[in-house]
Design a protein around this ligand. Sequence first.
Ligand code: FDA
Length: 393
Amino acid sequence: MPSTAPFDAIVLGAGGAGLMCAGVAGQRGRRVLLIDHAGQAGRKILISGGGRCNFTNLGAVPERFLSANPHFAKSALGRYRPEDFIALVDRHRIAWHEKTLGQLFCDGSARQIVHMLMEECAKGAVRISLGKAITDVSHADGIFTVCYGDETATAPALVIATGGPSIPKMGATGFAYDLARKFGLKVVEPGPALVPLTLGGEDVLFRELSGVSAEVVARAGKASFREAALFTHRGLSGPAILQISSYWRHGEEIGIDFLPDMMVDWTLVAKRARPKTHFHTLLGELLPGRLAEALAKKIGLWGELANLPDAKLNEAARRLADWRFRPNGTEGFAKAEVTAGGISTAELSSQTMEARRVPGLYAIGEAVDVTGWLGGYNFQWAWASGWAAAQVL
Ligand code: FDA
């Protein structure tokens, strides 16, 4: 097997985290090799944000990231902030805009972000190998050896940046976990996150509303998000649902407030003001028609408000403010925007991302048990954790 010249660091995975880490380390003078089995770097960046890449969020505070150790992400997020990435984007003259809720998108195309990161790697003279499978990784006498395609490379530092298994058709794998376990690192059970929820049983009727959406407050445990929810032919999706899916656990219920702007006594107020109005007509003025009809049917209130008892109207308002669904599952890794869980943060330094018991081994990005909210948070974690590791390679 041909052996390449030794490197200072080998980065596995040319996604957001790996590209950032390789480029920054290269520009610090390190000889870096970046390897990806896909034929193209940054494939998830290319499809992200509907092709415009929601590359960061102005509100990327640590509280908006989930992890077994909620403090872990603080150091990296605090040292490489959204404004640092914005400065990079500006240096590359990429036009961007804030869409909503602090979410920043390219005006043009996500390709610009990949191009920018590739240019940063070129500036750092990073050697990039694409389209060759990694066949072996070993470690002896402080040196890591990686066999890929028909080549072998060695370095005293190895960075795991191969992401999580969400969207396998994009080349995503559980390779990071296999490698981590091989080196004796614990992995927090991975699961799909930012993922649509499926409905069955009594809730199956709601699947007939496929395509209907409404602005709601969705709740799971202590988490709540006010955004759009969308009924699908399998259950529930839309930003509000994707957000709470990261907090939802199998077997639990979620709560949906379909009328988050209404006061608790709105049905009684309406009864006094418009006694002749039918309940389902009233609901139809506040919610999309099909949804209003389905909810009125489930509640079982028909007729003019004047003829409906106050207690029933109160009860209807209460139900609409906290409609209980018991999802029977998620649409799985095939549809999950990210993977929750991953390489345990207990194994890593929060400053450097280096494995405590394997000096020279690092893990960054989605491979690590840090999961952001929807809206640019996960890329900010990829950039920040990649940057943190690059400072010490
Ligand atoms: P990432 O998965 O990007 O990169 C890992 C790399 O490792 C890939 O290039 C892969 O080919 C490679 N790899 C995997 N296994 C390998 C193996 N065995 N050998 C060699 N290479 C291997 N986030 C956000 O903040 N804003 C957004 O707009 C979006 N939008 C979005 C849309 C969609 C459809 C998805 C699926 C995800 C998003 N995300 C997002 C999430 C975001 O894409 C994700 O969190 C980051 O890409 C994670 O970056 P990483 O570099 O850690 O992994």
